[in-house]
Ligand binder design. Structure first.
Ligand SMILES: [Zn+2]
Length: 194
């Protein structure tokens, strides 16, 4: 909670932990309501996202557009992992070290920030099922994982540890993460080799 308390004090918002009846969190009259059951890094992210809506003076949740959601996500990433510092440390460290440095952020938030800045393609599998694949705008990449990527992800689930690979000028890094009960996750980053 220290991360949330500090940001809340800095930006003058109230925080209330109570059952939300559905969403992970929401903003009402300058108060950010958060589901107390959330895994802490997830709660931090939801807090930053709602804080961003507040700072951007977005209207009530019913009038939020997809564009506003993207703006809020982008500002939330900056609140969680400020770009100037992140850029410096990502030149020195790999994802697990960044995770140890930014304890308030989830593996996913850190990998997304990394993917944005390198740039790299981010692919997520949960419980061995494909969940999500995204790359920065303007980067051309196959919309579904390639056979080589799938093989590395499968090995990662089997061995339950981080693995790296190389294929045709691409560097692949896959991270095995158990951070939420009932969810085994592999986060894969694919980027051009240096
Ligand atoms: Zn939102």
């Amino acid at each position: 909670m220290r991360f949330i308390r500090e940001l809340a004090a800095k930006y003058g918002v109230e925080v209330s932990l109570k059952p939300t009846g559905g969403p992970d969190g929401y903003l009402i009259n300058g108060t950010i309501v958060l589901d107390p059951e959330l895994y802490p890094p997830r709660m931090n992210w939801v807090f930053c996202h709602e804080l961003a809506h507040h700072l951007l003076k977005h209207p009530d949740s019913k009038k939020i557009t997809p564009e506003m959601e993207r703006e809020a996500d982008s500002m939330a990433a900056e609140l969680m992992l400020p770009a100037a510092k992140f850029r410096q440390v990502m030149a020195l460290y790999d994802i697990p070290e960044l995770k140890a440095l930014y304890t308030h952020a989830s593996w996913e938030a850190i990998a997304r920030r990394w993917a944005e800045m390198r740039p790299a393609v981010l692919t997520i599998y949960d419980n061995e099922q494909f969940t999500n694949r995204q790359g920065p705008k303007g980067l051309n990449f196959p919309s579904r994982p390639t056979p080589q990527e799938i093989e590395l992800v499968r090995d990662c689930f089997q061995n339950r540890k981080h693995l790296t690979g190389q294929v045709e000028g691409l560097a692949l890094r896959s991270y095995y993460v158990e951070d939420t009960p009932g969810r085994r996750r592999v986060i894969l980053l694919t980027e051009m080799q240096d």
